[in-house]
Design a protein around this ligand. Structure first.
Ligand code: HEM
Length: 520
């Protein structure tokens, strides 16, 4: 007996077949596009790709580098290729020297396109808007303009020392407050004194949401991009992404507009936002774009800086002789009667070397950030196809004993030359490490970050003996969170004033620097 199918049923079957065909094309297209040999990599399943662990994925990736080589192929889901680059040699060749074709970002529908409206620099592709953002960032944050923020960093650092000396239970929050206040001042000329400040709470709440969706494949839309095309009224994911974006945009716009209002009233001093407002029209940025550029500085620069400051404290507990060496250098140059300043920097090469070693020893963005290849790239007989993702694993590069002998030991002197001056490495002549990333996506805030680390490390060495009831050799130097910006898990640390006189000098300096503002 012949089966009869109604016209409605035929249409449904045709629609189903078309959807399956589209799905198959989406899955197969990147694989069919592979035109050469891929580097070896860990096993993967055809449907779900390579199993990448949620906890400290950079440690597993480092293991893959040891097993499969400098560049290995990983599959995210059934079709997306990700190249994990695990040595300085390969990272320098692929991500620095060929930055022209390795500086895109992979598509991120939920966190990038919907929640950030395509306006968040860190997850924006290598396009014209990104170039404008990058130019603005360079003009505001490069080495010379970053000097303007030094008075604010000095003021906040004095406050941080005072708070640490008071013996807070959660001393890591002192660093979070320091970093939040520096960024809020740099961005809006709005210092904060507590993490409970409603402005900080609001932005941290938004960042918490973003962190949830920014990981590859964290949202259904990124795992199954076809879902994006379901009409909006029936599409819960698109609706959610747009709602979250609207709330974040409201927050960023209101902070940005408040600067405009204060400037009109002749109040406050210069900031990233006030300077941006002066030239916003000339560079054709809408208020929405400009407010997002300003607003997303907090996410990029606050948590990262706070983590690096805690990492230094961890290193000082594990390697107490380094703190003694740092204190000896600071005492020789600065003495007891005043605290260190940025004018002392050239005379404090050991402290500068401590900054570099902290960033190397436990890199904050431990796994690195994904880039996207915008053309096919050749690597030692292998082809890395256009549109694949590529990631430089900061962890394995920083702990590679071929580049850094005894990599687990905190040894600032590895960055000192025979004349005692600070030096870099062959692949990073300036900083000696890769913790700020690669190529055209290298962190534009690094000069602000380095200054924060310098002034706080010098001040810690000047002010405190740092102690713990845990013996130095039992300090767990691998106890870190698994977030993209990996913080040390809470640990015990006591900050004991080296002398009553130093405590009194710090109290005085808190008063004398309390009105410090951005220069210019
Ligand atoms: C210790 C502190 C910091 C660390 C470890 C750090 C690290 C990084 C890393 C690894 C990247 C991505 C690089 C890549 O894709 O290869 C990045 C990007 C970025 N950072 Fe930082 N950062 C720090 C502080 C800051 C500060 C203080 C600011 C702002 C004042 C900032 C602003 C940015 C921005 C806007 C981007 C996006 C750049 C782009 O995608 O083109 N960062 N940072």
């Amino acid at each position: 007996m012949a089966l009869s199918v109604s016209p409605l049923g035929t249409a449904a079957l045709a629609a189903l077949a078309a959807a399956l065909l589209l799905l198959a094309m989406q899955v197969l297209r990147p694989l069919l596009a592979v035109r050469g040999r891929l580097p070896p990599g860990p096993p993967h399943s055809l449907l779900t790709g390579t199993a990448i662990p949620d906890t400290h994925p950079w440690r597993t990736m480092a293991e893959w580098t040891r097993r499969y080589g400098d560049v290995c192929t990983v599959r995210v889901g059934p079709a997306q290729l990700l190249f994990v680059v695990g040595t300085a040699r390969a990272a320098h060749a692929l991500l620095n020297k060929q930055a022209g074709v390795s500086s895109g970002r992979p598509r991120n529908i939920m966190a990038g396109e919907l929640m950030s409206g395509g306006k968040r620099m860190l997850i924006m592709d290598h396009n014209d808007r990104w170039r404008t953002y990058r130019k603005v960032m360079h003009e505001a944050l490069a080495d010379r303009p970053a000097q303007a923020y030094e008075p604010v960093q000095v003021k906040e650092s004095r406050l941080a020392m005072q708070r640490l000396g008071d013996g807070p239970a959660d001393w890591q929050n002192v660093w979070r407050t320091y970093a939040a206040s520096v960024i809020m001042t740099v961005t809006y000329d709005q210092p904060v004194t507590s993490l409970d400040d409603p402005r900080v709470r609001a932005v941290n709440e938004r960042l918490g949401m973003l962190a949830r969706y920014v990981r590859p494949g964290a949202s259904m839309l990124d795992r199954f991009p076809l879902l994006y095309y379901i009409p909006e009224p029936l599409n819960p994911w698109v609706k959610l992404g747009k709602q979250l974006h609207a709330r974040e945009l409201d927050l960023f716009l209101s902070q940005y507009q408040a600067v405009r209002t204060r400037v009109k009233a002749g109040e406050g001093s210069a900031s990233f936002s006030s300077k941006l407002q002066e030239r916003q029209e000339k560079i054709h940025l809408t208020d929405e774009e400009a407010s997002y550029m300003a607003g997303s500085l907090f996410g990029a620069g606050s948590d990262t800086t706070a983590a690096a400051l805690s990492i230094f404290v961890m290193a000082m507990l594990r390697f107490p002789h380094v703190l003694r060496q740092a204190a000896a250098e600071v005492d020789r140059v600065v003495g007891e009667k005043r605290m260190p300043t940025f004018e002392d920097e050239a005379a404090l090469p050991f402290i500068q070397a401590c900054v570099q070693e902290t960033m190397r020893w436990r890199p904050v963005s431990a796994g690195g950030f994904m880039h996207r290849l915008t053309a096919d790239v050749q690597w030692e007989g292998y082809t890395l196809p256009k549109d694949s993702s590529i990631i430089g694993n900061h962890w394995s590069i920083s702990l590679d004993e071929n580049e850094y002998p005894e990599p687990d030991v905190f040894k600032p002197e590895r960055f000192l030359d025979e004349t005692g001056q600070c030096k870099g490495t062959w692949f990073s002549p300036q900083d000696g490490h890769v913790a700020f990333g690669f190529g055209r996506r290298i962190c534009p805030g690094m000069h602000v970050a380095n200054r924060s680390l310098f002034i706080n490390f010098a001040s810690l060495a000047w002010a405190f003996n740092i102690t713990s009831s845990v013996p130095a050799e039992e300090t767990d130097t691998l106890a870190f969170t698994s977030a993209a910006n990996s913080h040390p898990l809470p640990f015990e640390a006591h900050f004991e004033w080296r002398s009553e006189a130093r405590r009194a000098v710090c109290e005085d300096e808190v008063q004398t620097t309390k009105d410090n503002q951005i220069h210019g």
